[in-house]
Structure formats: structure tokens, C-alpha cells
Ligand binder design. Structure first.
Ligand SMILES: CC(C)(COP(=O)(O)OP(=O)(O)OC[C@H]1O[C@@H](n2cnc3c(N)ncnc32)[C@H](O)[C@@H]1OP(=O)(O)O)[C@@H](O)C(=O)NCCC(=O)NCCS
Length: 495
């Protein structure tokens, strides 16, 4: 009795405090450690198993009401104080979701009452086609095959030694530059191409550029390895044949230089070339159908949200911009931030989870790591390492590490990668809009000082909040800038 009183009264004993937290922690599942601990203690005190409150602490069990001092209090912190060690906020998360749905339902109704139904699937077609007899974006995508085949033929010549490495490098460089310049020039010259059609065509060419860059690098590494191996084993002629990987079913250089191999890579959901991609054993039909259904549903949802929610908000933002009414501009910006962010999140799921998995499943492409847990980012660096894994892998393998190997410092290499990324972001926005403004470029380059600031001054939840804020606010700023400039350039001048 005395010992128990002492134990309960010693507020500064950390073990006792910890025991009490564990006893009172409500998230412990029944039958878990807490229950077992209580049962054990009851058994030690001679109490019948299963009887009474399972959460009753050791003190209570040791002091039954009949013979004790009727205590019902113990030294403990309130759940919401950080010292309590309590961390199960699942209910609060559910509350947030309910509040989000309710407040957006109100917004949704308000939007419907104000504008009526603006969703128009037929209008989507006009975003791709200005003139039904002219399909410049599709023609550009078909022409892209020429560049892929050119890269394959250069590699074939290099593999058999009928072309020098230097000439090969020059031809690859010309081919790669043409991949970027040709569609840009066509987009700027042809009037029948729409901005959306141009984004698609330039997007395909950008992906092709990154893939063929990787294709050229990997084949070069294979040749270097082959030469090094040949130098080592020159005395033992013929051993190459016996050592071939072909016996194990794997493709060895230069047997990879086929149309089939190249086109598998071009359609595979990766930007990094490999001679032997990991393959999944079979196509899972139910998985494929689920992802396909998601893909179609989320695509419709995004188009609907853009037409119904984003377009009117953007249109209403033009007047405050014209009048340079700063408080109204900020109000419009915050209003646009909600649908913009929601659409971006849907886009993330639609593209990185549904669409890339559909392609991977059909092609039995085994590596499905298209994204990692970027939503937990506490630093901007972590976000860029985890949100778009195909691009991040390409940047590391073909840009960042080669630069570091050549002696560049970490900061120089990182700035180089972000500079290249900023260029491609700008390329994909400015060229289709036929309007050269640096907003996307600045947005991407701003990631470097932002990464430094967040890493230096903010940690944990504050860092995570800073990453979210930069995503929620940063994008609509760029969207509004481009839309405003596009509007001024194309509509105000003609009025
Ligand atoms: C710039 C970027 C590549 C830096 O990546 P990071 O992971 O922060 O870079 P780190 O310094 O941590 O190093 C990464 C790798 O390089 C390796 N490395 C570091 N120094 C090296 C050196 N001197 N030589 C060779 N390798 C080196 C590390 O070992 C590490 O290897 P691992 O991945 O196998 O573990 C990344 O931030 C990025 O991808 N940014 C751009 C993303 C982007 O634009 N995305 C567009 C999406 S729309």
C-alpha cells in the first residue's frame, strides 16, 4: 500500500509517467499490449480475468475500492498537450475531410447557381483542333518516329565500328537538338495548331528527347564496358561467346539494337534506358481494369473541374489585373488556388498512379515506382526527389551524377539540373502559347533559394507546411501570370 502510494505520488518519476501514458493510450487495440498488461497486472493482484474495466491501471487493481482510498485520479497530461505523447489524430483527419467536402459542396452549389452548367465535352475537341482538315499536332507526333529511327541507326553503326565515336556524338547531338527545335518551329509557324495540341506534340518530343539521350548514353557505356572487357580478355579469344548472357534469357549489347527493343523502351513508362527491364510475370486483368476506369473517370473529372470552376475564376481575375487592384488580385489568387490545387492533386493520381500503371501493366513493365511519399516532404529537396520519379531518375543518372563525376560541386550540379528543368517547363508553356514570358522558368529556378530557406529555417511540420504552401500558392501565381499576359496579347489588342 505504501509503495503504491509512493509510486502514484512521485510526479517526477519518468518511468511511472511513461507507464501511465501507455495505460491510458486509447488507440491501443483490445488484446494488444495495454490489455495484456492490464490482464497481467490483474492476474498478479488475484483479480478474475476479463472482469472490470480493462483500462484500469495497476494502482486501481492493487487497491480495490473496498480497502483503498477510492482514488480515481493520477498524474497525467491532457491529451492535446505535446508532453502527453499522444499522436492519434485520425478522427481529426476525418473531420478535415468532412469539412472539406461540406465547404466545397457549398462552393459547388454557388458555382452552379452563378454560372449554370459549363461542362461541355464537345468544346474539348476544339481545344485540339482549330481546323478539322488540319491535324498538325498529330503529324508532328508521327514525324517523331524519324528521330527515334535515326538514333537507332547511328547506334547500329557505332556498335559495328563503321562510324567513329566522335561522329556518332555529333550526329546524336544534331538529332537531339532537332527533336526540340523542329516541333517548336512548326508550332510557331503553323496557325492551325492549338495551344493544347502543341503542348501534346511538344510533350511527346520532350519525352523522346530525354529517352533518346538515355538510349545514347547507355549504349555508349555498353561499348566502353565491352572495350574494357575485350582488353582484359584479349588473350583468351572466344571466351566472349561462352560467357554471353544470352543463355540466361537476358539481352546483351549489341543485340539490344533492334526496332522491337527501341519501341518497347519508347512506350515504357520510364525515361531511363536499360537493356533488360524488370518484367512482371503476367498482366493482372482486374488491376488493369481498375486503373483504366480510374484513368477515364479522373480525366473527365479534371476536364469538368477546369471548365466549371477554373475558367470562370480566371476570367473574373482579368479586371483586377487590368485595374492593378492588388487586394482583389490577391483575393482572386486565393480563390484560384483551391480548384488549381485540387486539379493538380487529381492530375498527380491520374498520371502517376492510374495512367503509368495502365501502360506498365499492358507492357508488363515491372518497376512501378513512379512516385514516392512526396506529401510528407519536410524539405523542398525531398519533394523534388520524390514526386516525379521518372524525371528525377533521369536527372540523377544522365545529368547530376555525370556532372559530379566531371568535378562539378553539388550546388553547381543541382543548379544545372534545375536550370535544365526550368528550360523544359518554359519550353512546354511559352512555345504553345507563342508568347515568351519567363514565369515557369522563374518558378522552377526559385526552387533553389526556396530549398535553402526551408532547409535552413523550417523543420518538421513547419517544413511540410511550407512545401504545401509553395505548391498551393506558387502554381496559381504562374497560371494567372500566363493567362493575364495571353489575354492582353490576344484579346485586348484586338478590342
Ligand atoms: C537535382 C537533383 C537531381 C538532386 O537530387 P538529390 O537526390 O538531392 O541529390 P544528392 O546530392 O542527394 O545525390 C544523389 C545521388 O548522387 C550520388 N552522388 C553524390 N555525389 C556524387 C559524386 N561526386 N559522384 C557520383 N555520384 C554522386 C549520391 O550518392 C546519390 O546516389 P544514390 O541516389 O544512388 O543514393 C534533384 O533535386 C532533382 O531531381 N531535381 C529536379 C527535379 C525536377 O526538375 N523534376 C521535374 C518534375 S516536373
Amino acid at each position: 500500500m505504501e509503495a503504491a502510494c509512493e509510486g502514484a505520488g512521485r510526479g517526477d518519476a519518468p518511468e511511472e509517467k511513461e507507464k501511465q501514458h501507455r495505460r491510458r493510450r486509447p488507440e491501443e487495440p483490445s488484446g494488444g499490449m495495454g490489455e495484456r498488461g492490464a490482464a497481467g497486472r490483474r492476474a498478479a493482484a488475484g483479480a478474475p480475468p476479463g472482469g472490470g474495466d480493462s483500462r484500469r491501471g495497476a494502482g486501481d487493481a492493487a487497491h480495490p475500492p473496498e480497502g483503498g482510498d477510492f482514488r480515481c485520479h493520477r498524474l497525467q497530461d491532457s491529451l492535446l498537450s505535446s508532453a502527453s505523447g499522444y499522436s492519434n489524430y485520425r478522427g481529426i483527419l476525418n473531420w478535415c475531410v468532412v469539412m472539406l467536402v461540406l465547404s466545397n459542396a457549398r462552393l459547388f452549389l454557388e458555382n452552379l447557381i452563378k454560372y449554370g452548367i459549363l461542362v461541355d465535352p464537345i468544346q474539348v475537341i476544339s481545344l485540339f483542333l482549330k481546323d478539322p482538315y488540319s491535324w498538325p499536332a498529330l503529324c508532328l507526333i508521327i514525324v517523331a518516329n524519324v528521330f527515334a529511327l535515326a538514333a537507332l541507326h547511328i547506334e547500329k553503326r557505332l556498335a559495328v565500328g563503321s562510324m567513329s565515336e566522335h561522329l556518332g556524338a555529333v550526329l546524336h547531338t544534331v538529332n537531339l537538338l532537332t527533336i526540340l527545335c523542329f516541333p517548336a518551329l512548326v508550332t510557331l509557324a503553323v496557325t492551325s495548331i492549338t495551344p493544347v495540341g502543341a503542348v501534346f506534340a511538344l510533350g511527346v518530343h520532350t519525352i523522346l528527347f530525354l529517352k533518346l539521350f538515355s538510349f545514347k548514353d547507355v549504349n555508349k557505356w555498353c561499348r566502353e564496358k565491352r572495350q574494357a572487357k575485350a582488353a582484359r580478355t584479349r588473350s583468351a579469344a572466344g571466351s566472349q561467346k561462352a560467357n554471353g548472357n544470352v543463355a540466361s534469357g537476358a539481352v546483351a549489347y549489341p543485340a539490344n539494337l533492334t526496332y522491337r527493343d527501341l519501341y518497347y523502351f519508347l512506350f515504357a513508362p520510364t525515361l531511363c534506358y536499360e537493356l533488360n527491364f524488370p518484367r512482371s510475370p503476367r498482366v493482372r486483368k482486374r488491376f488493369l481494369l481498375r486503373r483504366l476506369a480510374e484513368m477515364l473517370f479522373f480525366l473527365q473529372l479534371m476536364v469538368g473541374l477546369i471548365q466549371q470552376w477554373m475558367v470562370p475564376t480566371i476570367q473574373n481575375s482579368m479586371k483586377p489585373f487590368r485595374d492593378m487592384d492588388y487586394s482583389r488580385i490577391i483575393e482572386r489568387l486565393l480563390k484560384l488556388a483551391v480548384p488549381n490545387h485540387l486539379i493538380w492533386l487529381i492530375f498527380f493520381y491520374w498520371f502517376f498512379h492510374s495512367s503509368l500503371n495502365v501502360i506498365a501493366e499492358i507492357m508488363q513493365f515491372g518497376d512501378r515506382e513512379f512516385y514516392r511519399d512526396w506529401w510528407n516532404s519536410e524539405t523542398v529537396t525531398y519533394f523534388w526527389q520524390n514526386w516525379n520519379i521518372p524525371v528525377h531518375k533521369w536527372c540523377l543518372r544522365h545529368f547530376y551524377k555525370p556532372m559530379m563525376k566531371k568535378g562539378a560541386g553539388k550546388w553547381v550540379a543541382q543548379t544545372g539540373v534545375f536550370f535544365a528543368s526550368a528550360f523544359f517547363h518554359e519550353y512546354l508553356v511559352s512555345v504553345p502559347l507563342k508568347m515568351f514570358r519567363p514565369w515557369a522558368f522563374i518558378g522552377m529556378m526559385a526552387q533553389i533559394p526556396l530549398a535553402w530557406f526551408v532547409g535552413r529555417f523550417l523543420q518538421g511540420n513547419y517544413g511540410n507546411a511550407a512545401v504545401w504552401i509553395s505548391l498551393i500558392i506558387g502554381q496559381p501565381i504562374a497560371v494567372l501570370m500566363y493567362v493575364h499576359d495571353y489575354y492582353v496579347l490576344n484579346y485586348e489588342g484586338s478590342q
